[in-house]
Design a protein around this ligand. Structure first.
Ligand code: AMP
Ligand code: MG
Length: 438
């Protein structure tokens, strides 16, 4: 008698598996941004990593006054000769922050420093290296320096050169940062440069998370103690904590939950009453001790997905009351992969971000990667620049779904499409870096 085999995660082609892009599309239609009323006003230093809930319009012109881009002499371009040289009288010096209160007439010029305000009557700066300066040697100061009284210039400087016009970078009233932007250090500096000290942002998202599994020992109670047979330290909750912290959400740690129906139920009620998003790890496969999906079906609306991906085939998504729920697999690497690919974009979308897809680029793969067609694969990689300047990526050794070391060495995921049948050294591959650039 032959054994009748059931579909399993060992299969590459399993008819019921849901392609990752389809799952992402379904998620995007169910996970909607916070409403425009759920906002607060914060100081710009508190606004780092927060998401703008209204456009920032510039209250001023930038630069706010027409100024010199170089050290030199401000003059009227009509004084510059088509051929030969001209001698101009120098009226004084315009420093940055100390304008010279004069109107420059024909035949006159003003010495000007970078950032100095252009005096009325001038439109061009001739850099100091391009003039011959004449000094008032009869009136030396104590340091033995004397004032420039005249300059001799030629016609080689084009009219308007070396001048930054008021409003050249930004016009007053112009949109500078759009709603839905997650603010980076450059945005904080930009806001300050406009004199803006407060902005409107969406409120912080509250995310609750817990681990499931009778085999797990929590660090809070078991750190430094010997593990009993069949026991292991709970790592997923700490990985989740760290990944969520990077997203700038408010964290609610529910702890380790035992593999019983009652404990799982209680954890869901506890988490969903406090949070916008609930994340669990473990207990979502079809095992006897897997209570997450069953509990969810009882308490809320759950979709249990078998994804065409490796690692991380089982994933549950649903709603418990108003809270969005993500049931991640138990395997530590699968937790990280499903978090980066599914949970992170969803949380960003809920936070009001308009940019939610993971950053991605193409790199030249230096490793040979074994793969059979059927499921999209996320291998752990290290991207770096090769000697020729090209971006290359190599795999971080053995790729077992439980090996957190392969993840800890990595700085990106190498994403290999479902239909791909293996990567040869030199092939271009798609890479998702773990962190953004800023
Ligand atoms: P499960 O999906 O609950 O069957 O878990 C799959 C595998 O991941 C098992 O080997 C678990 O022991 C392991 N695992 C589950 N949760 C955790 C956790 N929080 N920390 C470390 N390993 C875990
Ligand atoms: Mg389990």
């Amino acid at each position: 008698m032959a054994i009748e085999k059931q579909p399993s995660c060992e299969d590459d082609e399993e008819p019921a598996l849901l392609p990752v892009d389809v799952a992402l599309q379904r998620l995007a239609s169910m996970v909607l941004p916070l409403s425009q009323t759920e906002t607060e006003t914060v100081g710009i230093r508190e606004a780092l990593d927060r998401v703008l809930s209204s456009d920032v319009l510039s209250p001023i012109d930038v630069p706010s006054y027409t100024n010199s881009a170089m050290d030199g002499y401000a003059l009227n371009s009509r004084d510059l000769p088509a051929a030969g040289e001209v001698t101009l009288a120098v009226l004084g010096t315009a420093w940055a922050g100390r304008p010279l209160e004069v109107t420059v007439a024909r035949g006159e010029a003003v010495r000007i420093m970078t950032g100095g305000m252009m005096p009325p009557g001038t439109d061009t700066v001739v850099i100091q290296e391009h003039v011959q300066a004449l000094y008032d040697t009869a009136n030396e100061n104590l340091q033995g320096n004397s004032e420039v009284t005249h300059i001799i210039a030629d016609g080689t400087t084009a009219p308007g050169r070396n001048v930054r016009q008021a409003g050249e970078d930004i016009k007053a009233g112009e949109k500078v940062i759009a709603t839905g932007t997650q603010l980076t250090p450059a945005h904080i500096g930009l806001l300050a440069s406009l004199g803006v000290d407060q902005v409107q942002v969406y409120r912080c998202l509250k995310v609750a998370f817990f681990s499931t599994g009778d085999e797990l020992r929590a660090l809070e109670t078991h750190a430094g103690q010997a593990l009993g047979p069949g026991e292991l330290f709970d790592s997923n909750r700490h990985t989740l904590f760290a990944m969520l912290k990077r997203l700038g959400v408010t964290l609610i740690d529910i702890g380790v939950v035992a593999d019983t129906k009652e404990a799982t139920r209680q954890a869901f009620i506890d988490a969903s009453s406090q949070a916008d998003v609930v994340i669990s790890s473990g207990g979502v496969s079809a095992g006897q001790a897997d209570f997450v999906s069953a509990t969810l079906a009882e308490l809320g609306k759950v979709t249990f997905w078998k994804l065409a991906m490796r690692p991380g085939r089982p994933l549950a998504y649903g709603k418990v009351g108003d809270a969005h729920f993500f049931g991640l697999p138990g395997n530590p690497v699968a937790v990280m992969v499903t978090f980066y690919e599914f949970v992170q974009p969803s949380i960003k979308r809920l936070m009001g971000c308009t940019e939610t897809a993971p950053a991605q680029f193409t790199a030249r793969c230096e490793s040979r990667l074994k793969k059979s067609p059927g499921r999209i694969e996320y291998q752990r990689g290290i991207v770096s620049a090769a000697a020729d300047g090209e971006v290359t990526v190599r795999v971080t050794g053995k790729q077992g779904a439980g090996r957190l070391t392969s993840m800890a060495m990595a700085n990106c995921l190498i994403v290999i499409p479902a239909e791909n049948a293996g990567v040869e050294p030199g092939d271009p591959v798609t890479v998702h870096p773990f962190h953004g650039l800023m």
